[in-house]
Write a protein that binds this ligand. Structure first.
Ligand code: ADP
Ligand code: MG
Length: 724
């Protein structure tokens, strides 16, 4: 395959469109997310079958596409009327030795005869189809099949025009994740052709990289995964492919970090008797040790000539906002401005509110050495926006809080010194950059996230940032008890939960009720059992909560309505807030002491942890009830895991372990479009660490990424956004 410019030969080959190998079948491949030769090479068998092994036929899920290895037990032909037009069917019983699975073939009589020749009792093959149902039993409707002998050699197939001899040529048989349009052997065949075309492609990495690992060269790894002669080769082949994914990310991050050190910024050092010290002097509490430590790290960064690129992660309620505000004040002290970018209007408004509250008369602006704080969001009126824009452009506003609206081109800062991004995973690098481009020199950047992430994930996703962590939660926080309520086993406990909520309200506290969605699923409005916000809000009227003041909050309400409801709840004018996850982050109502999560199994662990952080923020012990039915396998167990600990980092690990393959980064970020097909951030933490070390050495040895493989890896990563 051709080599282009200063590209590495390996990437030039792997980045070619899949159509080159599979021709018109490329659409079926694209539908599976396979666009390039490299995608195909990283689309690896789900499992391998060897010798006379058979699939377990008792374990098939109706509606899924399967490829099962089974033996023909019995064949009953039902030919159609004689002649050319006659169509009939062939009923076949497949077996794994213990369970039976019926399969039916439909076609003209001559086809039935052709199939009957290979589907003889005792024949063994791979049958590929969507699992259907007949009289309550799973069955295969018109499967594609390939019959193989005991050594794994091709005997015959359902399509008489195709030989699969090149795919089934003895040895372990890889069973690929496949679709109805694209059976496993078509993928295997394409992989075989590709391996042939790649020939002895040189490795993308220089020799020293491979020497630093125990991994096989690329072509050897590809062959071991797609065409193993022995099962024992597969593992190290897979590891090599996962390593390549890890190294691509780590090279990208390492070169980005190196780039950052070239981003000149203006040093910002707070004045000894400025705004920051005035703020510190009136703080009603002591900063925790962690807050002090992180603040020192940030102050050191701000005082440097290189733009800060720091991630501040910490438990919900660990006091990140105070730390960020102190950084902003330090910048204002030097005559600069700070912008706080929030992911939603509700959060922007909350930040604005809590910052002005914390600052008190220091937010008056102008006099007393204070500074003005302004808000800028998309839903503000033109007149309001204009006022804010003027204050931002003139430099009068030292602190600017806003949403995406801040990124618009009409926003001009007088002297933007610091950008604080709340909840980074909702913004992309491009957006961060759009804001940082608004300064002459590069502004300092502080990214805050309340989603605790394990180190391996941090290295993968936030690898371009330095990381500060707040582990302790400020003293004075109250305990939160979490209880899982199995509403299927104990339907009456639901009523008891509402009763308990009413008691809470009676003693002056407030209650959140969280629902997984706004409207009922499909048509079925079910006021008795449905868990949508609409159903639950209706139902509460006939419960002990019917007498209290209930507000409703969700993302589809108009902004003013949302703000009104949220402000009403914060002011204690509402007792109960029935809401979707819009309350997930940032909401601070210390008087709220109880939360009922409806249909809790629908939420991720980290998400529930975030939600739960909304209570127990004041003097009152919190109670979190997770209403759940054991409908998904392991569902209740998962929730019990959450109930057992409030350590966000432990939960983040738990969450990762429980996500299915292919969705490893899940809500944290990323997905298949990151190009990470094989890398598993939990399982491959060591591999990621190794890749990180190698990437750092690469930056030292080759600061300009002149090594073609490095250059290509970074270029490829730039095409798949890590942040979406
Ligand atoms: P986060 O942004 O990490 O969720 P916040 O900064 O919003 O946390 O802090 C949550 C609450 O705790 C706020 O009401 C804040 O005033 C308070 N708080 C912050 N730091 C401390 C501290 N060191 N001691 C006591 N209370 C604190
Ligand atoms: Mg906060």
């Amino acid at each position: 395959m051709a080599l282009g410019g200063w590209r590495s030969e390996a990437y030039a080959a792997l980045d070619q469109r899949i159509g080159l190998v599979v021709g018109a079948q490329d659409k079926a491949f694209n539908a599976m997310g396979i666009h390039t030769v490299g995608d195909l090479m990283h689309h690896v068998p789900r499992r391998y079958v060897v010798g006379t092994e058979l699939s377990d036929l008792s374990d098939l899920q109706v509606g899924t596409h399967v490829a099962v290895l089974a033996r023909v037990a019995e064949v009953r032909p039902h030919p159609g009327p004689p002649g050319k037009k006659g169509r009939g069917r062939l009923e076949v019983q497949l077996t794994d030795g213990r369970h039976q699975l019926p399969a039916t073939f439909f076609g003209a009589n001559h086809l039935l005869e052709w199939w009957q020749r290979s589907l003889t009792p005792g024949a063994r093959g791979i049958f590929s189809a969507k699992v259907g149902e007949f009289r309550g039993q799973p069955q295969l409707g018109h499967p594609d099949y390939v019959i193989v002998d005991e050594q794994g050699f091709f005997v015959a197939g359902s399509d008489r025009n195709r030989s699969m001899a090149s795919v089934f040529r003895g040895g372990p048989i890889g069973i690929y994740p496949a679709s109805a349009k694209l059976p496993t052997w078509d993928i295997a065949e394409a992989a075989g052709l590709t391996l042939h075309a790649l020939g002895d492609l040189p490795d993308p990495w220089p020799a020293w990289v491979l020497a630093a690992t125990d991994l096989p060269p690329l072509v050897e790894a590809l062959r071991a995964v797609h065409r193993p002669t022995e099962l024992s080769e597969v593992a190290s082949g897979l590891e090599r492919l996962a390593f390549d994914e890890a190294l691509e990310v780590q090279l990208t991050m390492a070169y980005r970090r190196a780039d950052h050190t070239r981003l000149a910024a203006e040093p910002r050092r707070a004045a000894a008797d400025g705004l920051l010290s005035a703020f510190d002097a009136r703080l009603p509490f002591e900063l925790t040790r962690g807050q002090l430590q992180v603040s020192r790290e940030i102050e050191a960064d701000l005082a440097g000539r290189v733009a800060m690129q720091r991630l501040l992660q910490g438990e919900v309620g660990s006091g990140k906002t105070v730390v960020a505000l102190r950084a902003m004040l330090a910048v204002v002290d030097t005559g600069g401005q700070a912008a706080l970018l929030a992911p939603t209007e509700v959060l922007a408004a909350q930040h604005f509110h809590s910052i002005t509250t914390m600052l008190g008369d220091l937010a008056a602006g102008g006099m007393l050495g204070g500074t003005r704080v302004v808000l800028l969001t998309g839903s503000m009126t033109a007149a309001q926006k204009k006022k804010s824009l003027l204050a931002i452009a003139s430099g009068e506003a030292g602190i600017v809080v806003g949403t995406h609206a801040l990124l618009s081109e009409t926003v001009q800062f007088a002297d933007l010194g610091l950008v604080v991004v709340d909840e980074q995973h909702r913004f992309g690098v491009e957006q961060r950059n759009a804001l940082t481009a608004k300064a002459d020199l590069h502004p300092h950047v502080l990214v805050m996230t309340a989603t605790p992430i394990p180190r391996s994930v941090a290295l993968t996703i936030y690898g371009d940032l330095e990381v500060s962590t707040l582990r302790e939660v400020p003293a004075g926080r109250s305990d939160v008890t979490t209880t899982v309520v199995d509403v299927q086993a104990h339907p009456r406990w639901v009523e008891r939960a509402w009763e308990r909520a009413r008691e809470e309200v009676a003693s002056g506290r407030q209650v959140f009720v969280v629902c997984p969605r706004i409207s009922p699923e499909g048509e079925a409005y079910d006021p008795l059992n449905g868990w949508s916000l609409e159903e639950v809000a209706d139902r509460l009227r006939s419960t002990p909560l019917g007498e209290v003041r209930v507000g409703v909050l969700h993302g589809q309400l108009p902004t003013e309505e949302k703000d009104r409801v949220m402000a009403g709840f914060a002011a204690g004018e509402l007792d109960v807030l029935v809401a979707t996850t819009v309350i997930e982050v940032g909401v601070d109502v210390p008087n709220a002491s109880m939360m009922v999560v409806c249909d809790a199994g629908r939420f991720g662990i980290s998400q529930l942890h975030q939600l739960r952080g909304r209570i127990g923020r004041g003097r009152f012990p919190g109670l979190c009830l997770l209403l759940a039915a054991a409908r998904d396998e392991g569902g209740l167990e998962r929730l019990e895991g959450l109930a057992a600990t409030r350590d966000g980092f432990a939960l983040a690990d738990l969450d990762l372990q429980q996500r299915r393959e292919g969705n490893v980064l899940g809500t944290v970020q990323a997905g298949s479009h990151t190009g990470m097909r094989l890398l598993n951030v939990t399982r491959d933490a060591d591999l990621i660490g190794l890749a990180r070390d190698i990437a750092e050495r690469a930056v030292r040895d080759d600061p300009d990424a002149a090594t073609p493989g490095f250059h290509d890896a970074i270029r490829r990563m730039a095409l798949v956004s890590l942040d979406e």
